[in-house]
Design a protein around this ligand. Structure first.
Ligand SMILES: C[S@@+](CC[C@H](N)C(=O)[O-])C[C@H]1O[C@@H](n2cnc3c(N)ncnc32)[C@H](O)[C@@H]1O
Length: 298
């Protein structure tokens, strides 16, 4: 059976195939109100054509709260004592968290073979590397980078201080990331060699090697909150893959400018293969390698 989150992410799915079983329907006006507050809080922009996503993901929540309609839900979300908790609950439900180990492998191999050796050379004196997986979802991206760093440094890893930070707006996915226990779907593209080396199978689940797990930590962060991001300091590499597609140009620009502030002078920014910084007028230059989807600071 195809997991539900994949059905949601696939643009080829028709709205009717996602219609919720709930009787609670969302009017166009309610959709407008909801998407406005979501945009204000998190910069996530729901296109007109995505009303069915919000409706299908939130109608059960409206029922759980024993409300009769979305007007009551919107009131509960935007006024009253439980706003913060409900926004969190809503983000846990409406975000699209599709990810897997070694997602877009050619890009990751570019990182490992072209960028990482130069950075290791450049940081030889300090022996410190800081990497940020800025929309980490359930952690597969951050842990993939940890595997790559381990492979690259070999025994030298013992002398290095490696920090890999994964952040996401959804608390639900961060809890899964911290557990580091994955279904077959997450590891489906991995070679038997990598599976055997870095995972322990337990029934239908794959437990990540504790040594790889210990290289990463996970924290909640809304990419709209530039001030809050500052506390994490500066990074040598930033991955921001497959989240810019959910933002509009203003939000994209703000997030990319934040990365500019928090990326080392010789650092590197990686984005998703269907994303681009074109037309954003930001101080980054694209690396001229077709599989890289990577940028350096101007
Ligand atoms: C499709 S996943 C991408 C996961 C991973 N980067 C990858 O490419 O495989 C997008 C993630 O972005 C997160 N996200 C969406 N809006 C966000 C925001 N404003 N701040 C932080 N994370 C956000 C979602 O919760 C989701 O887990």
């Amino acid at each position: 059976m195809i997991p539900f989150h994949i059905l949601i992410e696939s643009d080829s799915m028709t709205p009717t195939s996602l219609t919720s079983a709930s009787k609670i329907k969302m009017s166009d006006a309610q959709f407008d109100q909801l998407r406005k507050v979501i945009y204000q809080r998190a910069g996530i922009h729901f296109l007109d054509s995505k009303k069915y996503v919000l409706e299908s993901r939130l109608s059960r929540r409206v029922e759980e709260l024993e409300f009769d309609n979305f007007d009551q839900y919107i009131m509960y979300l935007t006024t009253g004592p439980y706003q913060m908790d409900e926004f969190q609950e809503m983000f846990n439900r409406i975000t699209i968290n599709e990810t897997s180990f070694f997602r877009n492998e050619p890009q990751l191999l570019y990182f490992e073979q072209e960028i990482l050796p130069k950075l290791i050379e450049a940081r030889q004196a300090k022996k410190t590397l800081r990497i940020w997986s800025s929309a980490s979802s359930t952690g597969e991206e951050a842990y993939t980078l940890a595997i790559q760093l381990t492979r690259s440094l070999g025994v030298r890893a013992l002398d290095w201080k490696i920090e890999i930070l994964g952040t996401d707006i959804s608390e639900k996915v961060l809890l899964q990331a911290q557990e580091a226990k994955y279904p077959h779907y997450s590891v489906r593209t991995l070679s038997p060699m990598i599976l055997q080396r870095y995972f322990k199978q337990d029934g239908n689940f794959y437990h990540l090697d504790p040594a790889i797990k210990s290289m990463c930590r996970f924290e909640k962060l809304n990419l709209k909150d530039r001030l809050s991001a500052k506390r994490f300091g500066t990074f040598d590499v930033i991955f921001c893959r497959n989240v810019l597609i959910y933002f509009d140009d203003d939000m994209r620009k703000s997030v990319i400018n934040m990365f500019h502030d928090q990326l080392a002078k010789d650092g590197c920014l990686f984005i998703g293969h269907s994303e681009s910084l074109r037309n954003l007028n930001v101080k980054f230059e694209q690396i001229a390698a077709p599989q890289a989807f990577a940028y350096t600071k101007l």
